[in-house]
Design a protein around this ligand. Sequence first.
Ligand code: ATP
Ligand code: MG
Length: 399
Amino acid sequence: MIVSPPTLPAMYPRQFAAICDPARIVIIEASTKSGKTAGCLLWLFAAAWNGRGGNYWWIAPTFHVTKTVGYMRLQTMLRQADPAKRTWDDNDSELCVRLANGSRVWFKSADNPDSLFGDDVSAAVIDEATRCPEAAFNAVRSTLTATRGPLRIIGNVKGRKNWVYRLARMAEGGAPNMAYHRLTAWDAVDGGVLDAREIEEARAILPDNVFRELYLAEPTDDGSNPFGGDAIRACVAPLSTAAPVAFGVDLAKSHDWTVCCGVDSSGAVCVLERWQSDWGATRERVARIVGNTTAYIDSTGVGDPITEDICRACRNAEGFKFTNASKQQIMEGLSAAIQSREVRYPDGWLRAELESFGFRYNAGRVTYEAQSGHDDGVCALALALAARRRHKPFLFKVI
Ligand SMILES: Nc1ncnc2c1ncn2[C@@H]1O[C@H](COP(=O)(O)OP(=O)(O)OP(=O)(O)O)[C@@H](O)[C@H]1O
Ligand SMILES: [Mg+2]
């Protein structure tokens, strides 16, 4: 019996040129929402449909992403195209779609690379590759050896310190059997899958390096760091010996540190202390350091009575509650200060915290947070600079 394939959506020309490049291994660095996943699902389905049975693999960073972004989307596409399931069948517990010719499309998670060895695989896709470990690529590559099957590696770019970046540069440099493509947000606008207004909105609210990574697929030195690696290093200087004009204090929550950061009138850090102790000792130490200098005290998560207690002892201190919006605002202030070299801080743990700070962009919202480790020092420094903007120097009248 001859079965015709279900009719699926068509790729736009640039999407097609990238994904259906005849090279065996194709690496695509692409803008968010440019159609990487949808296009590669179509590509893997077509390979399975045109194959003679065999295994076809879709790999994504976690089980949840594999299931919801890969398996369920293919199911939805196939249900729309062939609701009677004449040409396909599925198995939810195995995350597998079986086609009329016996080909099987399996959806697998990269967080356990050991489970990716074994079968001979006829074609594979690694989706969101910059979030998958290199071991997953090595495993998938070995399963394609016997079949000489093709592989598509797709994702948003994320800095330069990862295996996808290295592989992309090899492909771009003309390594045999490899091809490289970049799909920007403007390609997706031309292809009719992204709205130009959305891109302009993102450009307005995102730091330049992050916009370039997310929408133009241009890898930067420091991935999603909002301050910029070079700028962070350029602001390193010995601790200032001038008097503080403003303080930022990040009070310890359950497992982290209390950090007290003071800046002088030029924006240089002149006091930087961090410690872990009981609440009584912390209150006394903060009061001793801050005194009557202008200060913002992070009151998020410690409860108002504690912040009020400190503010009674330090008459120019005010509580500051971190919400998504207020954190974004003070982090943008810190980012602007670092990029214009209006702040200086000593080398060491604070620089390391700044370097590992990053942010996520999801559904139009930016969330600032440490990518690994702590961010108490980053918060204290940002609060100190915000307090410095509030600080009014005394004006002496000459009479
Ligand atoms: N060729 C196409 N024709 C019509 N719609 C498309 C096409 N390609 C992608 N889309 C639609 O564009 C949207 C984004 O596609 P997709 O999720 O594949 O992008 P992505 O680049 O994988 O995004 P992300 O950055 O979230 O991983 C989806 O709604 C998808 O259905
Ligand atoms: Mg995707």
